[in-house]
Design a protein around this ligand. Structure first.
Ligand SMILES: C[S@@+](CC[C@H](N)C(=O)[O-])C[C@H]1O[C@@H](n2cnc3c(N)ncnc32)[C@H](O)[C@@H]1O
Length: 262
């Protein structure tokens, strides 16, 4: 049985997935929930421009700041198969992997293909539907809501700028700390520029179709390390691949270096 099937069945691998809402490769949003700040922010990704881009498998698509500055979103890459830079992330995954904000799901699909236990979560039903079609198990839910396997994920992924989810990197990093196992690994993609910003943005197709405003954040490596340390994460490794920057983090401190290494 593949990892994807395992999750869809709701059967237990490593005691991880028991949540009934993932049994059918879930493409549902569940009952109407309270309009918490996280939910309101998440609602922006249901906006038509994002849904249309995912259906088409291509942009143009941007995050538009209130001052008009536009951050291009790489929808084509997200909708393609995992590339060489993605594979540097996939190689580092340990144990069951949770892809937070999985989008159309190339990483979850690649992990499932390798027989690795994994789950994508995303607030966009269109993204979850694409992930399931690509062969990845996925659940339509916010990272700030209760999730299967809390405290037991071996790896959590925040890729493609997803450290920006919620607009408060320290709050997101603190939430991820609740999700992964004590020895678990967090793999984060940072912005390639030295930036540390918390902004309000809208999804915008550049042709007049614009979603609602929501909080977002962008952090380069120095800011990511600062925010991570502030909430108890320790850097393990930094690397770049195809002009993208990545950092891995753990809750446990790195082992002390022996006298011969100093
Ligand atoms: C910058 S896109 C990254 C896409 C993705 N990594 C990919 O491969 O396509 C951010 C994704 O995070 C999702 N998202 C936004 N807020 C979220 C939340 N609170 N919980 C889970 N996913 C969220 C969006 O729906 C969107 O698919």
């Amino acid at each position: 049985m593949s990892a994807a099937e395992t999750v869809r069945d709701g059967s237990v691998h490593d005691g991880l997935v028991k949540d009934r809402s993932v049994h059918d490769g879930s493409v549902r949003d569940g009952p109407v929930r309270e309009r918490t700040p996280a939910r309101r922010a998440a609602a922006a990704w249901h906006a038509d421009p994002y849904v249309r881009a995912l259906h088409a498998g291509r942009g143009p698509l941007f995050l538009r700041r209130t001052d008009g500055w536009m951050l291009p979103l790489d929808v084509e890459r997200w909708c393609a198969d995992a590339d060489a830079a993605d594979r540097t992330v996939l190689r580092r995954c340990q144990g069951p992997a949770l892809d937070i904000g999985c989008g159309p799901g190339r990483l979850v699909a690649a992990l499932a293909l390798r027989g690795r236990p994994c789950l994508g979560i995303d607030v966009s039903q269109a993204a979850v539907a694409r992930t399931v079609r690509a062969g990845g198990p996925a659940l339509c839910r916010s990272v700030f809501e209760p999730l299967p396997g809390e405290g037991r994920w071996g790896t959590a992924l925040l890729i493609d700028g997803n450290i920006g989810i919620g607009g408060d990197p320290q709050a997101l990093l603190a939430r991820v700390a609740q999700l992964i196992a004590p020895e678990g690994l967090l793999l984060v993609e940072a912005a390639t520029v030295d930036v540390d910003e918390r902004v309000r943005v809208r999804v915008d197709d550049g042709r007049g179709d614009v979603g609602t405003a929501f909080p977002w954040a962008r952090v380069g490596v120095p800011a990511l390390l600062h925010h991570a340390r502030a909430v108890g994460w320790n850097p393990v490794e930094q690397w770049t691949a195809r002009d993208r920057s990545f950092v891995s983090l753990r809750r446990t401190p790195p082992p002390p270096r022996s006298a011969t290494e100093r």
